[in-house]
Design a protein around this ligand. Structure first.
Ligand SMILES: [Zn+2]
Length: 280
């Protein structure tokens, strides 16, 4: 009887060990498998969520004016081996494989960035802020001239919600959207957020600006691009922005694999070649 119980106990321990081993093998395989572009697997979803939690804290801990300039290596330094491995795998994907057709811009920091003080506005009864933003000087000067004209014509103006972004901040944004808005689909995230180096917000000279109006309309979720499209400010930009070297990068049904972004305008140095992607 005793021998039977001992044998049974041994089998039970072996079964538990076998189960633990199987779980470890499956989890390990899921962790180190190449990311699926349509949806990350269960282990990768868990790790990316952990990374997002850490990065959000790291960015929040920086002085307010340093957040959009956060260093990529600083973000990586806070991750363990498994987290770092997955993030580097994701950011090494060629964006063309995710359906993004835009060019590579740069990972270098522009030399002549102008600091733009935070702009506060009220939306849904809450006080909000754009936070400090940055923009290369030439683009900023044209923005100021363009707004002076818009004020004369319409009595309205647009503020800069996003200008230059460091590769670290672009990576942070990509993961944030991947986790929060795109259900862990790399392909869907790439339609709204370029991977680091591929955003017009990272070009050292021909930088892009995202605009927000005085009432806090920027077309971002839960608003829609059509909310921004309906603004008189947007209609004015369509007619006049090119005179100030700003061009709409992502019109509806553009060929670059990017969603319609009526708030996103690309400043292009006069004579810098055929950079315009809009048809206007
Ligand atoms: Zn933009």
């Amino acid at each position: 009887m005793l021998a039977f119980i001992r044998t049974k106990g041994r089998y039970t321990i072996l079964a538990i060990l076998g189960l633990v081993l199987a779980v470890l093998i499956v989890s390990g395989y899921a962790l180190f498998a190449s990311p699926n572009y349509s949806r990350l697997n269960f282990m990768q979803r868990f790790v990316v969520r952990e990374v997002m939690g850490k990065w959000a804290k790291q960015v929040q801990a920086l002085p307010e004016e340093k957040r959009v300039l956060v260093d990529y290596d600083h973000l990586l330094a806070g991750l363990n081996f498994i987290e770092k491995n997955l993030v580097q795998q994701i950011l090494a994907i060629n964006p063309k494989e995710l359906g993004f057709q835009g060019p590579f811009h740069s990972l270098e920091k522009p030399v002549n960035l102008v600091k733009i003080a935070p702009w506060t506005y009220k939306r849904d009864g809450q006080q909000k802020s754009t936070g400090s933003q940055y923009c290369p000087a030439a683009a900023y000067n044209d923005y100021l001239k363009m707004m002076a004209q818009m004020r004369r014509d319409l009595g309205r103006e647009l503020c800069i919600e996003s200008g230059y972004r460091s590769p670290g901040f672009q990576a942070f944004n990509f993961l944030r959207y991947l986790v929060m808005n795109h259900d862990f689909s790399l392909m869907r995230a790439a339609r709204l957020n370029a991977l680091p180096g591929y955003s017009e917000h990272q070009d050292p000279v021909n930088n892009a600006l995202d605009f927000i109006n005085a009432e806090g309309i920027n077309g971002d979720c839960p608003q829609t691009p059509e909310d921004f499209e309906r603004l008189p400010e947007y209609q004015w930009l369509l007619k006049h922005a090119h005179k100030f070297n700003f061009h709409l990068s992502y019109p509806r049904d553009n060929q670059l694999g990017i969603s319609f972004e009526p708030w996103h305008w690309h400043w292009q140095q006069p004579g810098s070649g055929n950079l315009a992607t809009d048809t206007k």
